[in-house]
Design a protein around this ligand. Sequence first.
Ligand code: NAD
Ligand code: DAU
Length: 351
Amino acid sequence: MKSDKTILITGGAGFIGSHAVRHFINKYPYRIVNLDALTYAGNLNNLKDIQGHPNYHFEKADIRDRDALDRIFNFYKPDWIMHFAAESHVDRSIMDPLAFIETNVLGTANLLLAARKHWQELQGKLFYHVSTDEVFGSLGAEGYFSEDTPYDPRSPYSASKASSDHFVRAYHHTYHIPVIVSNCSNNYGPYQFPEKLIPVVIQNILNEKPIPVYGDGTNIRDWLYVQDHIDAIDLIAHRGKTGETYLIGGHNELRNIDLVRLLCNIMDHKLGRTKGHSENLIRFVKDRPGHDQRYAIDASKLEKNLGWLPMIKPEIGLEMTVDWYLKEKEWLAGVTSGAYQAYYEQQYQNR
Ligand code: NAD
Ligand code: DAU
C-alpha cells in the first residue's frame, strides 16, 4: 500500500501507544514511525503482530535527546506527530518527580522544538498531544471536568503533564504550530503494565497475593476501554480543529473498591474458584499521598461536534481484559520479571 502520510508516534511501545500504532497501521495507508526509548514501560512484544509490516518503522530513541529527534525528523520528515511518550504512573512520580519533569516537560519541549525547526511549511502538519484528565485536579461528589475547567494538577505526574499541555498550546499561539490536545480519563485493556490498578488486581488474583486498595477504596475513576480512546484520537486528529482541546471519558465512574470487587467476581468465575474467594485477598493499605478523590469527564464537546461515543460497555471491556491477561500469561510473566519485583516490593513494603 502506498503511504500518503508519515506519522511519528512517540511512546508507541507502551500501553496506549501500541494500540494507536496497530490501529493506524491497520486502518490507513500511512507510514508509521514508532519512536520509543523502551523504558520499563515500553515493550516491543506489544506489537509483535505488526513487526515486518511494510509501513511500520521502529526507532529506539529518547525524546530527551534533541540530536536523535533531529536525525529522525530529517530522515522521515513526519507530517503528523502523535505524542504518547511519557512517564505515566502517579506512584512513580511521587518517588521520583525529576524523571517526570525530564521526559514529560523537557521531552515534549524538545519535540516541539523539532517540529518548529523542521516544519517550514505548516499546511497538513499536526502535533497531537495526548494528555490526561489529571491536570484538572480532583472533583468532589458532584460535577465533571470540561474543556473550560481550570488546571489544578496535584501530583508530580499531573503537574508535568499540565506543563507539557501549556507548552503545546504556547507553540500554537506563538509559532502557529497546528496542535490539538486531548485529555482522557483512565484507560484499561490489553497490554497495560501491571503497576496500574486493573492489571495489578488481575495479576495478584492469579497469584493469590494480597490486593492493595489505597485508603478506604472510595476514590472514583472514570474508566474507558483503550480502543475507545484510540477511536476518539483518530476522529479528533482527522476532523478536530487545530488549536482546540477535547476531553475524552468513558461515562463509567466506579469507586475503586467496587471495581476491585467486580474484578474478583469475574476472575473467580473464569478460574472456577468459589464466589468470594478472591475478595478475601483485598487489603486496605496506606493511602497514596495527595490521592485525588474523583475524576469524571463531560465529553459532550467531542460527542456533539464529532459524534464520538464510547462503544465498549464496562462489563464487556473488563471481561475482554481479564480474558486477554489469562490468555497472555507469558506476556505477564515477561513484564513482571527482573526489575519489576524490586519496584513492587518497594511500592508496597510501607503500605
Ligand atoms: P505507558 O507508561 O504504558 O507507556 C509510555 C511509553 O513511553 C513507553 O513505551 C515508554 O518506553 C515510552 N517513553 C517513556 N519515556 C520516554 C522517553 N524519554 N523517550 C521516548 N519514549 C519514552 O503509558 P500509557 O499509559 O500508554 O500512556 C500514554 C500516554 O497517554 C501518556 O502521555 C499518558 O500521560 C497519557 N494518558 C494515559 C492514560 C492512562 O490511563 N494510561 C489516560 C490519559 C492519558
Ligand atoms: O486519569 C488518567 C490517568 O489514569 C492517567 O493519566 C495515568 O497515566 C494513569 O496511570 C491513571 O492514573 P491513576 O492514578 O488514576 O491510575 P492507577 O491505576 O494508578 O490508580 C487507579 C486508582 O486506584 C487510584 O485511585 C489509585 C488506586 N490504586 C492504584 C493502585 C496501583 C489502588 O487502590 N491500589 C493500587 O495498587
